[in-house]
Each structure stands twice: as C-alpha cells, then as structure tokens.
Design a protein around this ligand. Structure first.
Ligand SMILES: [Cu+2]
Length: 624
C-alpha cells in the first residue's frame, strides 16, 4: 500500500517549522527545478534540526527520499527518512508489536535494517538475503514484536545509502523497571558526512588505499626519529615501512579529509546543545551511526558511567573516555555540575572531531580540546602478542626477508624483531609462503577455552590477502591505538559485564574461526581471503551454541555485526563478559564470543565499515 501524499503530509506536517538556515544545516526547500524532482518540494520541513522528530506508536509510516543538505557550502543531496537527518527517532516499548510501512520515493531500490533487533529473518531488511528490497515507488510493510529494550538504531542496507544520511535512533523502553536511574535523557548520534559520492570514494581507494590518509610521516617526523633512534635507526624505520608498503598511520581509510563529523546531524560549528539542571543525572545514549569512523568520546570534566552497551545493561563502569565503531552504542550517565561541558569525539585517526555542548542554558560553551596527536601503529597492532625481546636481532621479515638487510636491526625494542613467525606481509606480486603458521600454537582441544592454535585457510593465501598474523593478541584490556597510556581511564571490553549474564548457560558445542582479511593496496576486504561474491554461506545448526573466534589479520579495527542473534563476548579464559550485536576486533587481535543459533533463516555477518562491507567483508549465515 503506497502512502498518499495527503497521508504523508498529515503524518509529518504537525511539527513543521521555519528556520533561518545556516549553510551547514540540512535544507528541505528543494526548488522544483533544482534536480528535476518536481514531485518533492518544501513541505517536508519537519526536521527540527539537531533533534529529529520522535515517532511513537505501533503503526508508523516512513518515506525514503532525497533531501537537499549543505554542510560545507555546497548543496548536496542526502538520502533521508521523512525528510530528516538523522531519521526520526522511533520510540517503542518492549513487548509491543510494531508495523512500519516504508515507502521508497527514490529512483533506486532501498531497504531498512533494524540494527540489533531480534526479529524474524524476513523482517531484517537485507536485500538479496532477507527480502528483495523495496523498489522505487513501492511500500514494504515490516512487522515484528519487540523482544528487548535499550538503545538501538536503524539504517539502509542498500548500496551506500547509509553513508548518504539514511540512519536514525530506536529507543525501546523496558516493560520492567529500568535498572538505570536518570532524570533526563538525550540521544547523541554521531555520524560522518561526505560531499563526495561514496561510490567515487571506493574508486579512489581502489586506486590508492591511502588516498585519504594525510598523516603520512613527514620530514619532521623523520628528524624526530633521528633524535630518538639515531640516523641509522630512523633510516631503518623508514625503510621498513617502505618495504612493507604500509603507511604507519593507517588507522582509518576514509578520513576527515573528506568527512564532516556530525552530532545529531549538525556540523561541529553549529554546536548541538542539550540542557540540564544542576544535580540531575543525565543519560546520554551514544550511537555511532557513521559509515566508516571510529570515534573516541569524552566529556572533559565529567566522569561517564557506562550503563549499557549495544542496548544491553551492564554493570556500571566509570570512565573518562570510550572508543566505539560504526554500529556500536553506549549509554552513559553523567552528573554535570558546572555551567557547560563539551561533548567531544575525535576520529580514531585524529583527522577531525564532532562536537556538542551539555549546558545549563542555550548559548553557553566550554573549551574544545585539541585533538590528540596521531600515533603510529605499534608492533602489537601489526604482529599481535609476539615477545619482541625474544626475537630481537632475529632475521626475517616475514615473507619479504629477501628484500631487507636485517644485519643491523636497531636495538630499540619498539622497532626490533619483525620476525617471520609474527607476521607475514605479502608484497603485491610476491608469492606467499605456506606452512608458516602454528609455531606458537598451544595444544588445547577442549572447548572450555577458545582455541589459540593459528591456522590460516588455504583461501587466505592469495591476492586478496596482504598480511597474516601468526601470533595474535587475545587480551581484551587494550583500549587500542592512540588511547594507550593517555592518562585517562579508557573503557575496554574487559570492563564490560552484562547485568543478567549470558542468554544461554550452555557452553559451546563447537568452534569456528573466521579470519578478517584484506589487501589494502587493491582495497578489497574479505573473510578468510574470500570476498562475499566468492564465498559460501556459513551454516549454523538450529539451536546449537557455537563459539566464534574472530582473528584479525589486518591493521584496521573491524566492527563485526552479526544479524539476528546476539554475540556473547567471552574472556580469553572462556568466561562470559558482555552481550553485543557489533564486536570490534582490533588489529592483530583474536577474540571470541558465543552465539545461540535460535533464529531460523538467512542472515548476514559483516564489517560495519561500509567500504569494507561493500568490497567484500560480508558473509551470509544460514540457520537451519
Ligand atoms: Cu572492516
């Protein structure tokens, strides 16, 4: 059933408002001739900027369309839901059955995926897997019962539409009393906007993986190294990077060079502001709705008590800062006392910030911190857990020992010991060596603990893979590159403990290992060396409890999102920690979680960095 224009206007016009638009604000007043889209004009004006409209109720209508925005001085078209960016906040109650009619007014297919919600697979919204997608002009009706509560979000699962603005928050209030006490709440949805066509970004990345990396070492860095390492040490460091053809600051592949980082859809200069009264406990529901950006979040002057991760209540953890990736959410409680605080989030690669303000009244501001300095990836980000001292002076640079002269390795521990057992890095056109793995394996066949025996699939030795990690690190208490030893208490996965324990008390009946792989220079991403198009679905038997190990053979952090079922993260010792829908796996890290395959049907599992998903880090999962 297609919505009539009249019904649509009735649904939306209530909160219509006129505002003087600053250049960075989304503009709805698309003139009739601007892009030949005469069917759409200025009526869709109910995006109360910075605070998307909230929609309650069991029966809702969403319309996907293009809307003009201007974040940088140039008019661009965003893809929006009901004309707002972010999309309207959906506010529901646990236990309700909701019906959502989604009408597509684009000239290409669309879809909506309800990120983190447990629902029947044919309501999951992944075109080609859960359903056929929503064709132009069509309306698709979603209907499902809410089995959970907490902070979630929704977004397009078609093409690059999420990058183009199609995302919004979902809040599900619990039926029972909320274990979290607060006086006031606010959604803080962070995202990344680009004026460029996302498909063009992929083309550029395929030509040069470091296209957007403006942090490549400079001459100044070199002279600093000379001071610290001596001339020879600095030369060797330089040479090492060159031989590996890596950029030591490959922390994000798409950066602030193209991105504007938004807080609830507003440019940092617009300073999205939310108010409080002194003495109140304020709940901030942080959602990372970006297409490719890890954010490091803090509120200088305030301790954040983390009370929820991915919509699931956790034992409160007091921190100064947390990092989260695309798809993840954290709810925090703060107790502000001063007049104003800055809601600060810097991108992982320090190429830009998003910024908002928490204040007692409009117009107040607090200092905005400088971004932290860019740090180079440490050895553990490339080689995992190798004991460097044991290998100092050890010749052999993985697969390219023949390229390098290691006779004079610097003795500085931080730069020594690029042993072959630790990492294999294939040069393009250079044949991979087989049989390097397993040297550091621990023999443990029991399923009590996750296995640590490293085995790379045959498919991981090919042109799709430029690096393999043989001695991964399994510890979860590392906040990651750029956050180590920064003097602040930074959240790590080791700190998180879901309040009500695991959903399923059973231990794992079997274990599977998935390697996250890629080739930075070709810009392809994959699982076990197979891009989605070359892969077969992963099979789960209905009802089984399965351990999944994710082993990251790349130098980037990947937020891995399994649809339809929870990922219950465990410690390296096999103890339950936290229930998540999106699990970040750091470079050279190997982590594990348990899944109960209680949801029949076809699902997907993918990296939530759009560009990694789109170029192949994506698998179908069949539960039967
Ligand atoms: Cu990824």
């Amino acid at each position: 059933m297609a919505l009539t224009r009249r019904q649509f206007l009735q649904a939306g016009a209530a909160s219509s408002l006129t505002v003087a638009l600053a250049p960075w604000m989304p503009t709805q007043a698309a003139s009739a001739h601007a892009h030949g889209h005469s069917r759409r004009v200025s009526e869709i004006d109910w995006a109360k900027l910075g605070t998307p409209p909230e929609i309650k109720g069991h029966n809702i209508d969403l319309v996907v369309d293009e809307t003009r925005v201007n974040y940088t001085g140039r008019d661009r078209r965003a893809i929006t839901i009901n004309g707002s960016l972010p999309a309207p906040t959906l506010r529901w109650q646990e236990g309700e059955t909701v019906t959502i009619r989604v009408t597509n007014r684009l000239n290409v297919d669309t879809s909506i995926h309800w990120h983190g919600l447990i629902l029947p697979f044919d309501m999951d919204g992944v075109p080609g897997v859960s359903f056929d997608g929503i064709k132009p002009g069509e309306t698709f009706t979603y209907s499902f019962t809410l089995e959970q509560s907490g902070t979630y979000w929704y977004h397009s699962h078609s093409g690059m539409q999420e990058q183009q603005g199609m995302y919004g928050a979902i809040i599900i209030d619990p039926i029972e009393a909320d274990p979290v006490a607060y006086d006031r709440e606010q959604i803080v949805l962070l995202s990344d906007w680009t004026d460029e066509d996302p498909h063009r970004i992929i083309e550029k990345l395929k030509i040069k993986g470091h296209y957007y990396n403006r942090n490549e070492p400079t001459v100044l860095d070199f002279w600093r190294d000379v001071r610290e390492l001596g001339f020879r040490g600095a030369m060797q460091k330089r040479q090492m990077w060159q031989q590996m053809r890596m950029s030591p600051t490959d922390l994000a592949d798409i950066t602030g060079y193209t991105y504007t980082f938004l807080t609830n859809g507003l440019h940092p200069d617009h300073n999205w502001t939310t108010l409080f009264k002194p003495g109140e406990k304020v709940r901030l529901r942080y959602i990372n709705a970006s297409a490719a950006t890890y954010f490091d979040v803090r509120i200088p002057g305030l301790v954040m008590s983390v009370v929820q991760a991915d919509g699931q209540n956790v034992q409160p953890v007091a921190v100064d800062e947390f990092r989260f990736g695309p798809g993840e959410t954290y709810d925090v409680i703060v107790e502000p006392k001063q007049q104003a605080y800055t809601l600060f989030a810097q991108s992982i690669d320090r190429s830009g910030v998003s910024r908002g303000t928490l204040a007692v009244r409009e117009g107040l501001t607090a200092p905005v911190p400088e971004m932290d300095k860019v740090e180079w990836l440490a050895d553990k980000d490339m080689m995992g857990a190798m004991d460097h001292s044991a290998h100092a002076g050890h010749a052999g640079h993985g697969d390219h020992a023949d390229h390098a002269d290691h006779s004079a390795h610097p003795t500085d521990d931080a730069h020594a010991g690029h042993g072959g057992q630790a990492m294999q890095h294939d040069h393009p056109g250079h044949h991979a060596h087989h049989g390097h793995h397993g040297h550091h394996a621990m023999a443990d066949d029991s399923l009590a603990k996750p296995s640590t025996r490293v085995h790379h699939a045959r498919t991981a030795y090919g042109a799709s893979v430029d690096m393999r990690v043989d001695t991964p690190r399994t510890n979860l208490d590392d906040p990651g590159m750029g956050l180590r030893n920064n003097g602040r208490r930074v959240l790590t996965y080791a700190d998180l403990k879901t309040l009500d324990g695991p959903l399923d008390p059973r231990g794992p009946e079997r274990e599977i290992v998935l390697h996250l792989t890629g080739n930075m220079h070709r810009y392809t991403w994959s699982i076990d060396g197979l891009e989605y198009g070359k892969s077969e679905p992963i099979h789960f038997a209905f009802g089984e409890r399965i351990r999944v190990i994710m082993h990251n053979d790349t130098m980037m952090t990947h937020p891995m999102h399994l649809h339809g079922m929870w990922s219950e993260l465990e410690s390296p010792e096999g103890e339950f920690l936290v229930r998540k829908h999106t699990v970040s796996v750091q470079p050279a890290q190997r982590i594990s979680f348990l899944v109960t395959a209680d949801a029949l049907g076809r699902w997907v599992w993918h990296c939530h960095i759009m560009y990694h998903m789109d170029t192949g880090m994506f698998r179908e999962v069949v539960v039967s």
